[in-house]
Design a protein around this ligand. Structure first.
Ligand code: SDX
Length: 436
């Protein structure tokens, strides 16, 4: 952090003493006002529910310029990473800060590949679930359960433990997501195959059966790998902040990542891709493109409670760069599968066009986000809708780990413990029940 030569002075109209607050500059993006001494010096808190104006940490991992619609992982634009790298290179970048050279990549891929199997006992957790359990319920359980298997890597303050836990989580998430899927369709689990790529291995564990060989389609594998890259990290979003807060208590990495999985499930966050596709299916069922106007009217009516899922973002007030890349991937996958006339894709593009011309969305700077098109791509690939967010959690695991490790590696970090503005009852005495 670079101290700014600008100072902020806090003054109070009741004659309380003024307070100078230092400002810090980042390498890019908004400066911050350092309020760490505010309570000690003024006896007052700041108030920012939802943290719209609050920087919870300093970070070197990901930067979003919401006005320009730019996303950088360790300084590299997402457009370049999504077209020139694969997901494991991106994992290496997010974890260690630099893109790997060929030897580093080969060694990293080998390490991840050799941790893709899960303990045979893990399958018995699944048996406790109903077959129609939501995959995110299963994933929340399975990821948390991993802390019961790796007692040699649960000390988050031990760099070696953090390293092997990171490799194990990145390696095993595809296996666990595929197991959660196979369990719901009553098919046997497919073991990882070490001669396949990370995304190819995932596709095979999802769609192969013991009855015949399965050769992953290269275009679909590349699309899956790109979906992983686009979802890998995204600054201090709700689930990443959850992982940081959870990890700040010193709990083990698996428990902290399980908390991230639980938070990501929500429809306002990672659950939006499932909600966006269900929304498109509803519109399709009720008349398709001809009914878009009616649906938009519902969205604009605050009493309807209907939102245009896959649109809007706390940070992006321009087009989410990931949505553009996801739409391109849509074209590639639908063309490869001969589905370029897919009615759902046509409906999504028409809905996007109408929304982007409508004053309600323009005035609120609501643009498509990563979740608007990702459901259409995944559905075309054959991923069932309830599994979309589980795949998001697979891809985001590396971001959660990188952010958690960055926090733990910061000598200044403390357990997170926000305060509040108390508006409840003042102290009062309990009356015996007969007098209440
Ligand atoms: C992700 O944080 C991240 O980085 C998340 C993420 C990541 O990679 O980690 O990018 C992944 O979660 C993407 C977002 C997915 N969520 C959705 O698509 C759900 C639909 N979107 C919204 O619920 C909403 O846009 C949020 C939650 C994403 C952002 O909400 P904010 O920042 O709190 O903004 P807001 O709700 O205050 O909206 C501002 C205005 C409001 O109208 P007014 O009260 O000003 O009249 O815009 C309206 C909202 O009602 N609005 C929408 C809308 N999103 C916001 N109206 C209709 N449809 C929408 N989708």
């Amino acid at each position: 952090m670079i101290p700014s030569d600008v100072k902020a002075t806090l003054s109070f109209s009741d004659g309380s003493p003024n307070m100078d607050l230092p400002l810090y500059k980042g390498t890019i993006g908004p400066d911050v006002i350092d309020i760490r001494k505010l309570y000690a010096q003024t006896g007052k808190f700041t108030y920012d529910p939802g943290f719209l104006s609050t920087a919870s940490c300093n970070s070197t991992i990901t930067y979003i310029d919401g006005d320009k619609g730019e996303l950088l992982y360790r300084g590299y634009p997402i457009e370049q990473l999504a077209t020139s790298c694969d997901y494991l290179e991106t994992c290496y970048l997010l974890l260690y800060g630099e893109l790997p050279n060929p030897a580093q990549k080969e060694e990293f891929v080998a390490r991840v590949t050799n941790h893709t199997m899960v303990n045979e006992q893990m399958q018995f957790f699944l048996r406790g679930f109903r077959r129609d359990a939501h995959p995110m319920a299963v994933m929340t359980g399975l990821v948390g359960a991993m802390s019961a298997f790796y007692h040699d890597s649960t000390d988050i303050n031990n760099p070696e433990h953090r390293e092997i836990a990171a490799i194990r989580l990145i390696a095993k998430m595809p296996t666990l997501v595929a197991m959660a899927y196979k369990y719901t369709v009553g098919q046997p689990y497919i073991y990882p195959k070490n001669d396949l790529s990370y995304a190819g291995n995932f596709m095979r564990m999802m769609f192969a059966t013991p009855c015949e060989d399965y050769k992953p389609n290269d275009v679909l594998v590349r699309a899956m790998d790109r979906i992983f890259i686009l979802h890998a990290d995204h600054e201090q979003n709700a689930s990443t902040s959850t992982v940081r807060l959870c990890g700040s208590s010193g709990t083990n990495p698996f428990a902290a990542i399980a908390a991230g999985v639980a938070c990501l499930w929500g429809p306002a966050h990672g659950g939006a891709n499932e909600a966006a596709l269900n929304m498109l299916e509803d519109i399709q069922r009720n008349g398709g493109v001809a009914k878009i106007g009616e649906f938009i009217k519902q969205v604009k009516d605050k009493n309807s409670g209907v939102k245009l899922m896959g649109f809007g973002h706390r940070v992006y007030k321009n087009y989410d760069p990931r949505a553009k890349l996801m739409r391109e991937t849509c074209h590639e996958v639908l063309d490869e599968l001969g589905l370029h006339n897919d009615p759902m894709f046509k409906l999504a593009m028409e809905l996007e066009k109408i929304a982007l011309e409508d004053e309600y969305f323009v005035a609120r700077k609501l643009y498509p986000n990563v979740d608007f098109y990702s459901g259409i791509v995944q559905r075309a690939i054959g991923i069932p809708v309830p599994l979309f967010t589980a795949i998001f959690s697979l891809a985001r695991t590396v971001g959660w780990i990188a952010q958690l490790n960055e926090m733990i590696g910061d000598p200044e970090y403390k357990i997170g413990r926000p305060r509040q503005l108390y508006v409840g009852a003042t102290a009062r005495n309990v009356k015996p029940i007969g007098e209440r």
